[in-house]
Design a protein around this ligand. Sequence first.
Ligand code: HEM
Length: 456
Amino acid sequence: MYSVTEVLVALLIVILVWILLVSPLQQWYSKHSRFCHLMSELPGPKIVPLFGNTYEFVENPLNRAKWHLRRKLLTPAFHRSVLDSFQEVFSDKSDTLIKILEVERKKSESFDIAPFIWQCSLDIICETAMGTKMNIQESVSKNDTAYLKAISYAAESGLYRLLRPWLHPQLLFDISPRGRKYKKSVEIMHSFTNKVIQERKKEYLDSKRMEVNGFTDENEKFRIKKRRMAFIDVLIETTLGDGEEEKHHLTDEGIREEVDTFMFEGHDTTASGISWTIYLLGRHPDIQEEVAREINEVFGQESIKSTQKLSELRLLDRCIHESLRLYPSVPVIARELNKEVKLGGHTLPAGTELFIHMFYMHRDKELFPEPEKFNPDNFLPEACEKRPPYAFVPFSAGPRNCIGQKFAMQEAKTVVASIVKNYRIESIESPQELVLLMEMILRSQNGIKVRLHPRN
Ligand code: HEM
């Protein structure tokens, strides 16, 4: 044990060292460093000694690493023909959603529609990314949810860890209860994806062999020709195929990482966009009726299977854009400047980390005169032409923008059109009653409570 005097002397030494050494050094650095000087000129969070304002934000190191190769590999997976072939999945999963909503509507007069949309979106991404029917919507109603629980636990653990700096060191996270459960969830997902990779690779190689040797079984030939390409097949083809293009030899782990990227980036974001569109249509009955008329004129009694017809739903398209303006699924993105930039009369030095708040940018009065109003006319071509190109960026912009935006719009249009075709939506909470959670994805704390009235 130390005596009180020893403790006091130690404290005195620390204070003296601080006053004599650390503090002058910091002052000298602040005065002479151009970086610190420019930063101190900026309006923003308070700066504390040693840490600056980093206490406000913690960098996610996972954002850096393998970007160029990944982007190059993923681009062919979003070719128009691949997206067209996914329309059947979007439509079938929306039909399942309607069946499930019908049961729910009969059970309770009003309910939160967001989890149902989320499960539908997850079903869609499982089938389009891995080519596997997970039937999550049905399995939830049967309480068979191991995969669903694993993916939602892994997804929410990202933010949980980001907000707790003591869990950032890998070792501390791994031994924490959250880290251990996270590891189990990831194992469930990985063992599933690995199984799919093995099956799809085998099928791919078998079909190639049969193409060379001739098909002996006509049924098999038909099955292979008819099979839809999933993102995973595009990646396998890039790795094993014999086309002209440059080959990328991805390991199975590499393929799995890319599939995981789709799975994580591709379902929560789209589900949020769909949920907010439903919310806003449910608050604006006049606009909703116009949308319903448009859907009826284009599709009549047909199910939503034609991508050509889907592109004729122009008002719906504008409504989804307006929802993404008011409630962008990804409310904030981060960037690090690789060169000095002049912004609003201030100079931001290279190396600065920027947080771009789309939620607030999209409510700029000069760009959108009545910023709080749900006004799909903001997205008429003539209105868009008048605005600077970066006034509306829910999918970000530049080389690192969202690779999945066409996929997302096609899915959102199909799901929203299916719901509006079948129901008149009434959203219960007013915008003032909503509690917005600006997490990685923009959510409403109490979900999206609706009443659904069947249309005949
Ligand atoms: C409404 C739906 C969606 C919204 C609002 C959205 C938004 C965004 C945003 C803002 C980014 C940039 C993030 C950043 O810069 O930090 C991004 C990136 C990305 N998104 Fe989306 N996204 C949506 C749907 C999708 C879908 C459906 C997929 C895949 C099927 C997808 C795949 C990706 C990928 C792979 C990236 C990373 C791109 C790169 O770094 O090169 N997204 N998304």
